[in-house]
Design a protein around this ligand. Structure first.
Ligand SMILES: Cc1cc2nc3c(=O)[nH]c(=O)nc-3n(C[C@H](O)[C@H](O)[C@H](O)COP(=O)(O)O)c2cc1C
Length: 183
């Protein structure tokens, strides 16, 4: 194998495309795109964030939702990653999103994105947001036999090598099971 070096860069694939939604102090919803996030415990999510309208809102409200971006909403999901609610107060509406308040936290769910983690802020220090996952909800249209069906959700991933979004491919295995063949 002959390797090509790219230096010290955040190049990892797949990365999630997370849409963080918050309310501001007046109850106006906002959304932003974040790829530097991952679940870090059973009830915990960690996301690396710079200063945004979203971080202003997190400080005010102490809560957020994280929706999975989808193929059907790729334009809106990218838009909320390249425009700031600090400059465009009706950014959420311009994205074509509609908000429904979460029953669990003081943050909006995005009607157009079917799967969301509903979270309370545990801490935000040195650009690292840690949230407590209070609930996960999914629109019934993407639930089959009591579980979220990712084939119906059609989530997307972020490719930082080429700044591209990809759909999710075919199922290729069973987790916690296939490896047992080699035990
Ligand atoms: C694909 C993609 C991934 C992004 N990931 C992050 C991220 O992980 N952390 C971050 O602080 N900003 C990230 N951004 C940038 C924010 O989404 C962007 O600055 C946005 O305008 C902030 O919105 P707001 O000011 O309305 O909160 C990303 C943008 C895109 C397009």
């Amino acid at each position: 194998m002959s390797r090509v070096n790219f230096g010290a860069k955040p190049l990892m694939y797949p990365q999630p495309v997370l849409i963080i939604a918050t309310y501001d102090e007046n109850g106006v919803p906002n959304a932003m795109n974040a790829a530097w996030g991952i679940t870090t415990d059973f009830k915990e999510i960690t996301i690396s964030l710079s200063e945004h309208k979203t971080t202003d809102n997190l400080a005010n409200r102490g809560a957020f939702t994280v929706s999975l971006a989808t193929e059907d909403q790729v334009i809106a999901c990218d838009y909320v990653g390249i425009e700031s609610g600090r400059k465009v107060p009706d950014k959420f509406e311009k994205a074509g999103f509609h908000a429904t308040k979460s029953d669990f936290v003081d943050a909006p769910l995005i009607d157009e994105l079917p799967v969301a983690l509903e979270c309370k802020v545990k801490s935000f220090n040195d650009g690292i947001l840690i949230g407590e996952i209070v609930n996960v909800s999914a629109d019934e249209s993407v639930v089959t036999d009591g579980a979220v069906d990712v084939k119906k959700v059609k989530p997307i991933s972020f490719d930082p090598f080429a700044n591209a979004y990809y759909g999710i491919g075919e199922k290729v295995g069973n987790a916690f099971k296939d490896g047992a063949q080699l035990k």
